[in-house]
Ligand binder design. Sequence first.
Ligand SMILES: Nc1ncnc2c1ncn2[C@@H]1O[C@H](COP(=O)(O)OP(=O)(O)OP(=O)(O)O)[C@@H](O)[C@H]1O
Length: 263
Amino acid sequence: MTATTTGELLGAEDITVRFGGLTALDRVGLHVGPGSVVGLIGPNGAGKTTLFNVLSGVLRPSEGTLTWKGEPAVARRPHESARAGIARTFQGLNLFPKLSVLDNVVVGADRTARGGPLSMLTGLGHHHSDEKRLRARAMEALESFGAAQYADRLPGTLPYGVQKQVALARACVADPELLLLDEPASGLSSDQIDALAEQIRTFSEDMAVVLVEHHMDLVMRVCDHIVVLNFGEVIATGTPDEVRNDPAVTRAYLGTAGNGDPE
Ligand SMILES: Nc1ncnc2c1ncn2[C@@H]1O[C@H](COP(=O)(O)OP(=O)(O)OP(=O)(O)O)[C@@H](O)[C@H]1O
């Protein structure tokens, strides 16, 4: 079955994750349709990162099923996820500090290529024509994220906002069908967050997006659907308006000091 027949790209059903005696996720469900933007929110320790790791294939749940385009999805290594059409960004950017900006993005393009991760940079498993094609594609991605002028620089020499764009370019270079964004607004100014909101809405013309984010204003502005976790359980789901007005959500946030308000 394909996404076209099921109307679903990614489906998580009854996902339970236990770390020793701690149940970090308890029968959690989440569904992502093509082109939708799904937000995952909740107070600190609610289980967002754990669920994100399950969705991106790096963490195998203790129980539950994960499907990709209607087929069972198994835990995958990052380049296998990328080849399947799933890309992600990381809270800490995860750019390679000793590689140029261009080479960082080439790594993203290379993940979907025949030779496997880092094969281009190690020179293994690629022809010269592949290398030229990947570099051209990476350059195009940098151009569309407004970072082409930094192609030869090392990431650490650039402002944080530019580094975030490079990380987005790396995630999007292989035209994923699903983009998983882990706290994309962290460390950005309010102008940069406004620009990010527009970008996310633009992404959703071509791909679905799942967003883990503490910045409530961004979540409420860009998401079609929101899933709220608290202590590993889904306590609310719905549109931004439905979630904003849900007393269980307000209670969860008020019960947790220092986490702001869902507005
Ligand atoms: N590898 C692990 N081993 C043991 N416990 C873990 C592990 N990872 C997460 N936990 C626990 O699982 C629960 C959920 O953590 P998780 O990081 O998923 O929450 P979160 O919603 O992402 O929190 P935050 O907003 O603070 O990042 C927490 O109680 C956390 O301490």
